[in-house]
Design a protein around this ligand. Structure first.
Ligand SMILES: C[S@@+](CC[C@H](N)C(=O)[O-])C[C@H]1O[C@@H](n2cnc3c(N)ncnc32)[C@H](O)[C@@H]1O
Length: 367
């Protein structure tokens, strides 16, 4: 946010408030890699009964946010409030603003009641910002692109050293990395709800987009950025990664191949290995510890100076992978609490596993 010239106010976990003009609002939607959505607050008022709610909702100029042919959609939550029936609140708002969609596209509004105070916001993206537009081929257990971007930011990677994901699935982490390294916006190929708003400023949007092209780190051809490798044992995952990378416009910065993690090639310099290895509860069966141990041993043997960042469902697997990994973030994902673990690179150490030859063990069947 600061890189965009925005001033985030200190606040609650999960929400960052800021003031913005239209141009900054457009840029926030286009550029914020880890935000789920950008909401514009349009009203805040106290309402303890439906009459009160209706009269306050009547004062809002909804036409600013809803284009012809669009239907309002209300996502309501209520906490410790006299008005607590969220479906009834949405129904009353539809009576004032317009009927729910009968197949038309929708403009989502978020209505939060907290201790009788209603906060009404409009979702400037329309669909969540994790919907990048390029990820139409999904693998077995994909990670959200916003979470992949959070892992990359938490790793401290600056986009100047090579990067590899040897369990790439449909390529989410590697594609987000290629976008970051090329300084391309995460939302560069999608549309946003604000583009339909009656007060949309096409000139401001064009200049935000032109700025994005001008900032591209490689002049647009992927030539000068470090190589981003994506590999997976599953040919369908490899095909999905290729299709997604093409759509994202970063395929020419990537090397995408079918490969077992135990066949990782050697590299003497520094780099970042960043991955979301198989989760016991989501991909395959059985004990995953041998696979994590082998991944760690192969990495220490073949890419001894590389840093490592992984997302794991339990710390025990992290320890099996590498005893030097430390937690840097955690989040909810697919009903699990997962941790992002990191260890810096550049400091090769003698590895008993490699000396005893366990890095050469064949890959166990995991999926
Ligand atoms: C949790 S998924 C990765 C999902 C990915 N982050 C995404 O967003 O699509 C784990 C992947 O590891 C792959 N895999 C499992 N065992 C492997 C091995 N021994 N070598 C290489 N890939 C493997 C699976 O095919 C699967 O695609």
């Amino acid at each position: 946010m600061r890189a965009l010239g925005l001033k985030p106010k200190p606040g609650n976990s999960g929400v960052v408030e800021f003031r913005a003009n239209n141009r900054q609002l457009y840029a926030a939607n286009l550029w914020l890699r880890t935000a789920s959505r950008v909401l514009v607050r349009i009203a805040s008022f106290k309402a303890t009964d439906f009459n009160h709610l209706q009269s306050r909702a009547d004062e809002i100029d909804w036409t600013t946010w809803i284009a012809d042919g669009y239907a309002p959609e209300f996502r309501v939550t209520a906490n410790k409030s006299a008005l607590y029936h969220t479906a009834a609140i949405a129904q009353r708002l539809h009576q004032i603003v317009g009927p729910p969609s009968m197949g038309e596209p929708t403009q989502p509004f978020v209505v939060r009641f907290d201790r009788d105070v209603a906060t009404v916001s409009v979702d400037a993206g329309g669909t969540p910002l994790s919907h990048r537009g390029w990820r139409t081929d999904l693998g077995v257990a994909p990670i959200r692109p916003t979470m992949a971007a959070a892992m990359l930011l938490a790793s401290g990677w600056d986009g100047t050293t090579p990067l590899a994901d040897p369990f790439c699935g449909c390529g989410t982490i590697a594609i987000e990395a290629a976008l970051m390294a090329r300084n391309l916006p995460p939302g560069g190929i999608r549309r946003f709800a604000f583009q339909t708003w009656p007060d949309f400023e096409p000139g401001a949007w064009a200049s935000v987009n032109a700025g994005a092209k001008g900032q591209s780190a490689d002049g647009g051809d992927g030539g000068s950025i470090p190589l981003v490798e994506a590999s997976d044992r599953d040919p369908a995952a490899v095909a999905a990664t290729m299709a997604n990378a093409e759509r994202a416009g970063v395929a020419d910065s990537m090397k995408i191949e079918k490969r077992l993690v135990s066949h990782l090639t050697g590299h003497e310099g520094e780099g970042l290995m960043v991955s979301n290895p198989p989760y016991g509860k989501r991909v395959g069966d059985g004990d995953l510890e041998p696979l994590y141990k082998r991944f760690g041993a192969v990495l220490r043997e073949r890419r001894p100076r590389w840093a490592l960042t992984v997302v794991v469902p339990d710390r025990k697997l992290g320890r099996a992978l590498d005893g030097r990994l430390a937690p840097v973030a955690s989040f909810g994902h697919g009903g699990l609490r997962v941790s992002v673990l990191n260890r810096p690179g550049g400091t090769p150490e003698l590895d008993p596993e490699v000396r005893s030859g366990s890095a050469d063990l064949p890959d166990a069947p995991t999926s």
